[in-house]
Ligand binder design. Structure first.
Ligand code: GDP
Ligand code: IMO
Ligand code: MG
Length: 431
């Protein structure tokens, strides 16, 4: 049975949650492989909205096992709240539906404080993080002063880990940022309580995946954030602290790359970004306002307004290359309805020279001008359309042009927030 990786091809919020929920019908297991509660993945089922930060987006599909992989940084209180929220709505979230890797790292309140203190100190040059402690938790992981889910279950190991985790960070908080330090005993008590509550879900995710793959089950690997927020290939330093690319999915889940059959890149039919950093096709005029209002572009985690602009083919070419995208899901095509003109950036131009590949230098990027191609718009509402041929000709032309430019087929098209508001040309699990 095929296994599919879904990743964001832009700056996050492309509609990954909706696509994973939609494709969840074809998958036996859904795995989050990186990121943490900085993610906000929205699922809409018959008008009811669910926002998930840590639980994989397969959870609303009965029969799926949802795994939080070793590459994720977990905020236990967020996860426990999320479980509780779903249970209050009548969904049973037990071990047969949700498991958490024993190797995943834990976000402590001290990580969140450091995230916020640093952002405050950067002032005008702030990254605009979600303030969820993501950077400091990943730093602790690679710096070998992190705490893993497994450590929460072993009282002696935990006590030593807490001391190590707090020592340097408390020093920084107190002396560099004039913030209050954290008390090790309180931190220990809190972490032990998390351990007790999370223990029923703890699992060796790699072993579970291996067993399922041998039995012929299908796996859907769910990325968070997006390619341009990737630590290596994004708009550094305005990025998140993990590998958001398809290439990171295997390590973050605990399987080998030979299992992956299809990489589904997810993009909006335009572009948004939340937080600081360059955004070449940002539109602060009437078109940007249309995208913001019709697209209802508020962050699902922080409720910040998302910056909006046109589709950027330089960005998508970069995403197709660094992820090895097999096919593309193009979401929110319905949001373009009513625009008299639609634009898409074909290349950048710097000092009169064309720039086709996304530059590493932020300074160079800021000096680039976007070169646009213009398309006629359409006025017909498309929310009820389920067949490609039933889309307005102008919408079909826009999609076909994107395919020609990127040399990648568009397999899925989003025409509304609901899980079924999709034109499915090809199901990646059947490709
Ligand atoms: P994610 O982080 O990639 O999962 O995306 P978010 O959930 O943060 O943001 C996507 C937003 O667009 C959510 O509010 C979705 O409900 C909504 N959405 C997803 N697909 C579509 C679509 O095709 N059309 C419209 N109008 N809204 C969509
Ligand atoms: P989903 O999975 C959009 C952005 C933040 C900030 C930068 C670093 O819903 O697509 P961090 O808190 O990760 O250190 O912030 O990354 N960011 C996201 N933007 N969608 C997300 O997740 C994001 N997760 C982080 O706004 O610019
Ligand atoms: Mg989101």
């Amino acid at each position: 049975m095929p296994n599919v990786v879904c990743i964001g091809a832009q700056w996050g919020d492309e509609g990954k949650g909706k696509i994973v929920d939609h494709l969840g019908l074809s998958a036996d297991l859904v795995v989050r492989f990186q990121g943490g509660p900085n993610a906000g993945h929205t699922l809409v089922v018959e008008g009811q909205k669910t926002v998930l930060h840590l639980i994989p987006s397969g959870i609303l599909r009965e029969g799926t096992l949802n795994l939080i992989g070793p590459g994720v940084v977990v905020a236990p209180e967020t996860l426990l709240d999320e479980i509780e929220g779903l249970e209050q709505r009548g969904l049973k979230v037990q071990r047969d539906r949700l498991r958490i890797s024993d190797r995943a790292h834990v976000i402590l309140p001290v990580h969140r404080a450091l995230d916020e203190a640093r952002e405050e100190a950067r002032a005008g040059a702030a990254i605009g993080t979600t303030g969820r402690g993501i950077g400091p938790a990943y730093e602790a992981r690679v710096g070998r002063t992190g705490i893993r889910i497994q450590d929460l279950l072993e009282p002696d190991t935990l006590a030593a880990c807490i001391d190590l985790a707090l020592e340097e960070r408390n020093y920084l908080l107190k002396n560099l940022y004039a913030w209050s330090p954290f008390d090790p005993e309180e931190a220990y008590a809190l972490a032990r309580e998390w351990g007790v509550r999370l223990e029923p879900y703890v699992d060796d995710v790699s072993v579970t995946l291996d067993r399922s793959l041998r039995e012929g089950h299908s796996v859907l690997l769910e990325g968070a954030q997006g390619t341009l927020l990737d630590i290596d290939h994004g708009t550094y330093p305005f990025v998140t602290s993990s590998t958001t690319l398809a290439g990171g999915a295997c390590a973050g889940a605990g399987i080998g790359p030979t299992h992956i059959d299809h990489v589904l890149g997810i993009s909006k039919a335009y572009t948004t970004r939340v937080g600081g950093g360059p955004f070449p096709t940002e539109d602060r005029g009437a078109a940007g306002r249309h995208l913001f209002e019709v697209g209802d572009e508020y962050g699902a985690t922080t409720e910040r307004k998302r910056r909006c602009g046109w589709l950027d083919l330089v960005v998508l070419r970069h995403a197709v290359r660094v992820n090895g995208v097999t096919s593309l899901a193009l979401l929110k095509l319905d949001v373009l309805t009513g625009l008299s003109e639609i634009r898409a950036c074909v290349e950048y131009r710097a000092l009169g020279e064309p720039v086709r590949d996304f530059p590493a230098s932020i300074r160079r990027l800021e000096a680039c001008e976007s070169v646009y191609k213009s398309f006629p718009g359409w006025n017909e509402p498309i929310g009820e359309v389920r067949e490609f041929e039933a889309l307005p000709a102008a919408a079909r032309d826009y999609v076909c042009w994107i395919e020609d430019e990127l040399k990648v087929p568009v397999s899925l098209i989003g025409v509304g927030p609901d899980r079924d508001a999709i034109v499915e040309r090809v199901n990646p699990f059947q490709a």
